[in-house]
Design a protein around this ligand. Structure first.
Ligand code: UDP
Ligand code: MG
Length: 167
């Protein structure tokens, strides 16, 4: 099973699946002191933080993370950018979070991102788009395993869980 299925429930919109995704504040976001504002977006939406660390990314980790992009012309610049300073790596949990977080993050190119998305609100160029979010449930599972040891992800009960969903 490729989808990380933690629990099932039913919301007014139909069945919902609680899942996890990998979110990272990229080096430009850290340098510009946007960590708090980006975390706030996910907290105020009601998602639950289950893992977080600040780290200097190695080129090896990055080449695994972006394994589908290594032949792209922008890849060398992407490596320089992503290794230029610390990254905040996080795992967030919630119903349908992979899809929702991609919507919250916005289009890869901030110039095409909708107002109100993180990339539109905080950036204007594709080469410095502040934040990463996994693009599929399979990708999320792969990236979470790549960036985190399972023991560093916490299963904990959020006190508002029964208020924000039926899960
Ligand atoms: N990127 C870039 N130039 C491009 C396309 C992508 O610098 O023309 C960078 C950008 O930082 C982007 C990352 O490569 O976020 C990964 O690209 P992807 O297509 O996976 O976009 P994402 O999933 O981040 O929206
Ligand atoms: Mg991507």
């Amino acid at each position: 099973m490729t989808r990380l299925l933690i629990a099932r429930g039913h919301s007014l919109g139909g069945p919902c699946v609680k899942e996890r995704t990998f979110i990272a504040v990229k080096p430009d976001g850290v340098q510009r002191r946007l960590i708090g504002q980006i975390i706030h977006r996910f907290e105020r939406r009601g998602f639950k933080l289950v893992g977080m660390k600040l780290l200097q990314v190695s080129k090896d980790l990055l080449s695994e993370h972006y394994c589908q992009l290594t032949k792209k012309p922008f890849y060398p610049d992407l490596v320089d950018y992503m290794t230029s300073g610390p990254v905040v790596a996080m795992v967030w949990e919630g119903p349908d979070i992979v899809k929702t977080s991609r919507m919250m993050v916005g289009h890869t190119n901030p110039a095409e991102a909708h107002a109100g998305t993180i990339r539109a609100d905080f950036s204007f160029h594709i080469s410095r788009n502040v934040v990463h979010a996994s693009d599929s449930t399979e990708g999320a599972q792969r990236e979470i395993q790549l960036w985190f040891d399972g023991k560093d992800l916490l299963n904990w009960d959020c006190i508002d869980q029964s208020v924000t969903s039926e899960l």
